[in-house]
Design a protein around this ligand. Structure first.
Ligand code: GLC
Length: 459
């Protein structure tokens, strides 16, 4: 029996424990990286992004007029800041057709697009209330060129990503101007830095309210620390407005996914969510002298490598100052679109494929892991090889073509669980002009043989 006094002590202890529990919970939820109260659970929030596979990056700004490096050309001293700014006169947007842009992006198979609302040069594509250096007030276009594109994307059912450069090298109260001239350091003039913080955070609030972006693509965070940018506060502000919004990694550790740039990861990245951003030629913005385009086959090869490793490809285009999209870029997107449309079941809403030892090429898996998709480059001249698949194969077909293929299992020993080697016959007439895709329907969830092999004990 417990006495009333004992009961009282137990009650107090329980109350304390509950309080402590609540405190711990409060502490845990305030840790960086933990889903905030107003944010959606990570997996739910990231779902569309993970299923999307392909996004189109757009670098459009003053630099397209002369066809020089975006912002970096004056920062690195290849042109004076003054001459760089003169490009505002050539930024006419007179052939700009946002509906056609969105249509082309949709046709490429992409499910989202990320556009440079403002690059490091500080030139804004929308009519910002913060400062005058924008398409409406400071360029020959004399109008907001961002809103019509965002509207067109939404009409096509595409997700909207806003690229925003944290650095603003033209803004008088920002720290950096060019590589050789820094205006000041935040610690030396906190008041001036605060003026900049209000300006950039004001722009973000404005963009957030006007466009409700599905995704934020920050850039240039390397110039200041998380504390200097007030990164956690900025993240919170954006999530308060749009709890489902996704933020890329370039916010000094306060983003949702990794953004390797240009270099295709050779081994599978450890991050759950990642996106390779890449140019079609060697430039982000339009450069009339850069004809060094990747071929469609190369782009498809890179794309399939990316999705095979569980990532997305954010493929860049650079429209001209008049708003037209260069022919080569349009052709590549159209070619990509033919291929993605034909093979959509193997691309979208799939997950990363199997380790390369089992198939010497890119692969993906259906969500329930019972269909293995094989990306076959070139002409295998006969058969392709699958190693260490323990499942029985129920059916194989050529994606987007329907032809059924036969296979043969070699080296299966009846008393061992070693699954043997599976050979699939691929006739010439089913080959795709860019890359052929095969669907292998298994008798259940894929089961891989990952052992070293064993001694044959009886013959
Ligand atoms: C780099 C460059 C920038 C480009 C970006 C795209 O961070 O500073 O010019 O826009 O990469 O990923």
């Amino acid at each position: 029996m417990t006495s009333p006094l004992q009961k009282n002590i137990i009650q107090i202890a329980l109350n304390k424990l509950t309080q402590l529990g609540l405190l711990t919970l409060l502490f845990l939820t305030s840790l960086p990286g933990h889903a905030q109260n107003n944010a959606q659970p990570e997996e739910e929030k990231m779902q569309w992004f993970q299923d999307a596979k392909l996004g189109i990056f757009i670098h459009w700004g003053l630099y397209a007029v002369k066809g020089i490096d975006e912002s970096w050309s004056f920062f690195n001293g290849y042109i004076s800041h003054n001459d760089y700014l003169k490009q505002t006169n050539g930024f006419t947007a007179k052939n700009y057709d946002p509906v056609a842009w969105a249509d082309l992006i949709k046709k490429s198979g992409a499910r989202y697009s990320v556009i440079t609302s403002k690059h490091h040069d500080g030139f804004a594509l929308w009519d910002s209330k913060f400062g005058d250096f924008n398409a409406k007030k400071a360029s020959a276009a004399k109008r907001d060129v961002l809103s019509p594109f965002v509207n067109a994307l939404r009409k096509e059912g595409l997700k909207v990503g806003i690229y925003y450069s944290l650095p603003d090298w033209s803004y008088q109260d920002y720290t950096h101007h060019t590589r050789d001239s820094m205006r000041y350091k935040p610690a030396d003039d906190p008041k001036r830095w605060n003026t900049f913080l209000n300006y950039y955070q004001g722009q973000l609030k404005e963009l957030s309210k006007t466009y409700n972006p599905d995704l934020w693509w920050f850039d240039g965070d390397w110039e200041h620390s998380s504390a200097e940018w007030e990164a956690p506060k900025v993240r919170q502000m954006l999530l308060d407005r749009n709890p489902g919004t996704i933020i890329n990694s370039r916010l000094q550790g306060h983003g949702d996914y990794a953004t390797p740039e240009q270099g295709m990861p050779v081994t599978r990245p450890k991050d759950n969510y990642w996106e390779l951003c890449m140019t079609m030629n060697n430039s982000w913005g339009y450069q009339k002298n850069d004809h060094d385009y990747k071929s469609l086959d190369q782009l498809i090869g890179i794309f399939t490598d990316v999705i095979s490793s569980g990532g997305n490809l954010l493929l860049d285009i650079g429209p001209k100052g008049d708003g037209s999209i260069p022919k080569e870029q349009e052709e590549l997107l159209t070619g990509l679109g033919r291929w993605t449309q034909k093979h959509k079941e193997a691309i979208f809403d799939t997950s990363a494929g199997i380790p390369k030892e089992h198939f010497y090429g890119p692969t993906t898996l259906s969500k329930d892991k019972s269909i293995l998709y094989l990306f076959v480059k070139g002409n295998p001249k006969g058969e392709i090889v699958l190693r260490g698949i323990k499942n029985k194969i129920n059916r194989i077909w050529v994606v987007g073509d329907g032809t059924k293929l036969s296979h043969k299992v070699v080296g299966k020993i009846y008393w061992s669980h070693y699954p043997g080697i599976k050979y699939i016959q691929v006739p010439d007439y089913v080959l795709d002009e860019n890359m052929t895709v095969l669907a292998v329907l298994l008798d259940g969830k894929i089961d891989l043989y990952r052992e070293d092999g064993s001694v044959i004990e009886s013959n």
